[in-house]
Design a protein around this ligand. Structure first.
Ligand code: PXP
Length: 248
């Protein structure tokens, strides 16, 4: 199904990374989120990691108070994070795998292997009215398992596509893109809402934004990096322009 307007979720984690590098109070991720909102972001994403390396608990609470667009609260499927989500009631929860030693979210969830635990994890969040998405590799087996655990939304991991693109490996980039295309169509047939993200930049966003089934892109690291150089609002405006151009 062609989502009319593709939504852009801006991930503000790395504003907090910069702040925490000095243990200072600035730059403030909440201020960045409000600027992103003013620049046309449809939602804000923030990942409260177990080790609190960027976003802190107080940031999530402040975002819940300050935002007028939906907050997509990214968490690992742990008891601690579930309790925070149930207390704060964000619009959406995106469940991701988390390893302490990783630099960023490296792979997707292994849902098939963890089906009953994830189903139990999702039930109270869904009952509370929260839209739950699962971050997975573009893999048909994982998508079928998403339906099995009762998640209405899936976010396809675009990291491998972006890595091959950055290395200039045209063949591997194309293979990855085909895999994502096939899985976006399959997820849509299964009745899942499809999101995508990880590693997206001005240079590689076009073919992903063009996928008619993809209703939302979540983009962080590149936009915050560009914000340092060109400003957050122009960076978001340019990303939006490229997304619209790809869909035209
Ligand atoms: N979507 C999910 C589920 C993520 O974990 C991340 C990274 O935190 C992103 C999107 C955004 O990735 P990037 O920061 O590389 O744009």
């Amino acid at each position: 199904m062609m989502a009319n307007k593709q939504r852009l979720g801006v991930n503000i984690d790395h504003v907090a990374t910069l702040r925490n590098a000095r243990g200072a109070a600035y730059p403030d991720p909440v201020r960045a989120a409000l600027m992103a909102e003013a620049a046309g972001a449809d939602g804000i994403t923030a990942h409260l990691r177990e080790d609190r390396r960027h976003i802190q608990d107080k940031d999530i609470e402040a975002l819940m108070d300050a935002l007028t667009v939906p907050l997509n609260f990214e968490i690992a499927a742990t008891v601690e994070m579930q309790a925070i989500a149930l207390r704060l009631k964000p619009h959406a929860v995106c469940i991701v795998p988390e390893k302490r030693e990783e630099r960023t979210t490296e792979g997707g969830l292994e849902i098939a292997a963890d089906q009953s635990r994830l189903a139990d994890f999702i039930i109270p969040l869904s009952e509370m009215g929260c839209r739950v998405s699962l971050f997975v590799e573009a893999d048909e087996r994982q998508l079928e398992a998403c339906v099995g655990v009762g998640a209405p939304v899936v976010e396809l991991h675009t990291g491998a596509y972006c890595d091959f693109h950055a290395k200039g490996d045209i063949r591997a980039t194309d293979d990855e893109l085909k895999r994502i295309m096939r899985c976006a169509a399959f997820a849509d047939e299964l009745g899942l809402e499809v999101h995508a993200g990880h590693g997206l930049t001005f240079g590689n966003v076009g073919p992903i934004a063009a996928l008619s089934e993809v209703a939302e892109l979540n983009i962080g690291h590149f936009l915050i990096g560009e914000a340092v150089l060109m400003g957050l609002e122009p960076a978001i405006a340019e990303m939006r322009r490229l997304m619209q151009q790809a869909r035209a």
